[in-house]
Design a binder for this molecule. Structure first.
Ligand code: PEP
Length: 251
């Protein structure tokens, strides 16, 4: 049976003082929970702070992006080895904001996925369709193409040491959550597509749902057969909300 994972994506939010309060509250609020994993993906400048505050706790930390290159003249980029140096466990790759705002295509995302794994990080690979694509009934084609780019480059077995996150773009930061049924349908599609390559890899893969997950909808989303937790943006910045979502993953 797959365990659950709740990952917070702070995006470009935070500050040293508020991070300290938030991280301490998350550690304290989830201290009694066993059998599920919790992580926060923080902006690069706060990785050191996360490492200091979380290193002896049950909460892991990670980053929100990584370079596809290992070193060199890439001004402003951060390599996977550097993230390992700060104790990161996870890194988000292919978030829709990076795809849409920074022109990251699926081939680049696949390279980032691979670079992360080579260094020993667990990539959290985000896939998902826009509203136009959903309305044009091409959700499955879009998600399949995003997924296939990684499988073609890295091979299906690479998914063993990764996490997938289905994040419908129209549900991110909008307050519009996919219904549990809508999310389950896409999660089941993703799992079946991977099962066509390897039933074993598909059965073991954690697939998170992301898109306006809140304390009041987490439990019903996480109850679906193929939803193995959540990737949480806005609600991960509010300690009580995030803790309640973590608790929902444990129920
Ligand atoms: C995200 O940033 O990945 C996300 C799902 O954001 P939100 O929870 O705010 O919709």
């Amino acid at each position: 049976m797959r365990s659950k994972l709740v990952a917070g994506n702070w995006k470009m939010h935070g500050g040293t003082a508020q991070n300290q309060d938030l991280l301490r509250a998350i550690v304290a609020g989830t201290a009694d929970l066993r059998g599920a994993d919790f992580t926060v993906c923080v902006p690069y400048p706060y990785l050191s702070q996360a490492q200091t505050l979380l290193r002896d706790t049950h909460i892991r930390w990670g980053a929100q992006n990584v370079s596809q290159h290992d070193k060199g003249a890439y001004t402003g980029e951060v390599s996977a080895v550097m993230l390992m140096d700060f104790g990161c466990h996870y890194v988000i790759v292919g978030h829709s904001e990076r795809r849409a705002l920074y022109g990251e295509d699926s081939d680049t995302v696949a390279l980032k996925f691979q670079a992360a794994q080579v260094a020993g990080l667990i990539p959290i690979l985000c896939v998902g369709e826009t509203l136009d694509q959903r309305e044009a009934d091409v959700t499955e084609q879009v998600v399949a193409a995003q997924l296939d780019a990684v499988i073609e480059l890295a091979g299906v077995d690479a998914l063993v040491k990764s996490i997938l996150a289905y994040e419908p773009v129209w549900a991110i930061g909008t307050g519009k959550t996919a219904t549990p049924g809508q999310a389950q349908d896409v999660h089941a599609f993703i799992r079946a597509r991977i099962a066509a390559h390897s039933p074993k890899v598909a059965a073991g893969l954690q697939i998170l749902y992301g898109g306006s997950v809140k304390a009041n909808n987490a439990e019903e989303l996480f109850a679906m057969t193929d939803i193995d937790g959540g990737l949480v943006g806005g609600a991960s910045l509010v300690a009580d909300e995030f803790v309640a979502i973590c608790r929902a993953a444990k129920n």
